[in-house]
Design a protein. Structure first.
Length: 385
């Protein structure tokens, strides 16, 4: 390890917070082990990463690469994206030649494609992590050049006629949320029932109003027991507040929830979208969840994510189409809330099987390729399988 390049690790993620958050946690893990991190993201996520508290330091250098992702049924945009990705490929070469890392790890998002292909061409070992239950487009392209595919879920859904070899390492999440795994539930009887509603950035308006208009139909004796914290878009804030105030429902609206760990600990029930990061946090905390997949998510990955979580007995899947039937959803949510203690006990048991050291596992597996022998790497993979 005397050669400086063996202390350099490239980590790339972009597009959404769901890709970027686990990448940040793995970067922190490598940093704690004395490595220097080149963190590569896109324009969309650059400011988001830059503003993360206690992240950017002398051992983590942040880079923004040009390029835009591909869009369905938009030929002109996709042609421009292709040219942009080629530009990103040459940009990657220029940087990597002078700042050669020992290994490179991708966490999803279009920006990882040119970056990791450039690494592969320069004979830098490439690894990928998939947070969703179905392999994303970027990771499908990178799979053949990667040394190891690591996954969040134990089961990776089939992708066409391909079977992928992978090792389950869990999902890296923030330490303050991992720490919640050790807390046990408090009894709910004769107390307020706390509901946390998060919607994500896409399709948030559907989440905001469909759920609110279902809750206001609850029976009066149940409505007075509710305390709601709901994440909402700025443009929907005033209208949603009027709905809750008019129906005398105790609701606190937040445009952005800064301290998610605080509210995850507070909540008795979570109503949420089904991104990989959101579900990973719910599984670690061990709270029952009503999961509403984004209908137009790429490859319908949110539905696959939610189904795997539902199969574990920690929540219920409700589709956007089902949200149109207020009476049916009202009855389902009322049943869940009235029996919340029973469902909490199940979630409490299931959270004991969640992987809590995912970032450490990823660092162990990938760093073993820097200096260890093939036999040592295989032994390390066995330990984490």
């Amino acid at each position: 390890m005397s050669n400086k390049k063996f202390k350099n690790v490239l980590i790339s993620a972009g597009g959404t917070a769901g890709h970027v958050f686990p990448a940040i946690e793995v970067a922190k893990e490598f940093c704690s082990r004395g490595y220097f991190i080149f963190f590569v993201t896109d324009r969309r996520m650059y400011d988001f990463v830059k503003k993360q508290p206690n992240f950017i330091n002398k051992n983590i250098k942040l880079f923004c690469y040009r390029g835009k992702g591909f869009q369905r049924k938009n030929i002109l945009q996709n042609c421009l994206s292709f040219v942009s990705l080629l530009s990103g490929l040459f940009q990657s070469f220029a940087y990597l030649i002078f700042n050669r890392p020992a290994i490179a790890i991708g966490f999803g998002g279009y920006i990882t494609v040119p970056v990791l292909f450039a690494c592969y061409i320069l004979k830098i070992k490439v690894f990928i992590h998939e947070g969703n239950a179905i392999l994303g487009k970027a990771n499908k392209l990178l799979y053949r050049i990667s040394k190891k595919l690591m996954t969040h879920f134990v089961k990776l859904e089939e992708n066409g006629d391909k079977n992928f070899n992978y090792i389950c390492v869990g999902m890296p999440v923030r330490k303050e949320i991992v720490d919640l795994n050790k807390f046990n539930y408090t009894k709910i009887k004769n107390k307020t029932i706390n509901i946390l509603i998060t919607g994500g950035s896409l399709g948030a308006e559907i989440m905001a109003f469909k759920i609110a208009n279902t809750i206001i139909r609850f029976s009066p004796e149940l409505k007075i027991k509710l305390s709601i914290v709901q994440q909402v878009r700025r443009e929907n804030f005033s209208e949603l507040k009027k709905i809750y105030d008019k129906n005398n429902i105790n609701a606190e609206l937040e445009i952005f929830i800064k301290n998610m760990a605080k509210y995850l600990k507070w909540a008795d029930l979570i109503i949420c979208r089904c991104g990989a990061g959101t579900l990973a946090e719910n599984l670690i905390v061990g709270k029952p969840a009503v999961m509403i997949p984004l209908a137009n998510s790429a490859d319908n990955h949110q539905l696959y994510n939610a189904k795997l979580a539902e199969d574990r007995g920690v929540g219920w899947v409700i589709t956007e189409e089902e949200l149109e039937n207020f009476t049916e959803i009202k009855n389902k949510l009322e049943h869940i809330i009235r029996n919340i203690e029973k469902f909490q006990k199940t979630s409490e048991i299931k959270k004991q099987k969640v992987i809590l050291d995912s970032a450490s596992r990823i660092a162990d597996i990938t760093s073993s390729y820097i200096t260890l022998t093939k036999e040592s790497r295989e032994r390390n993979d066995t330990v984490h399988s």
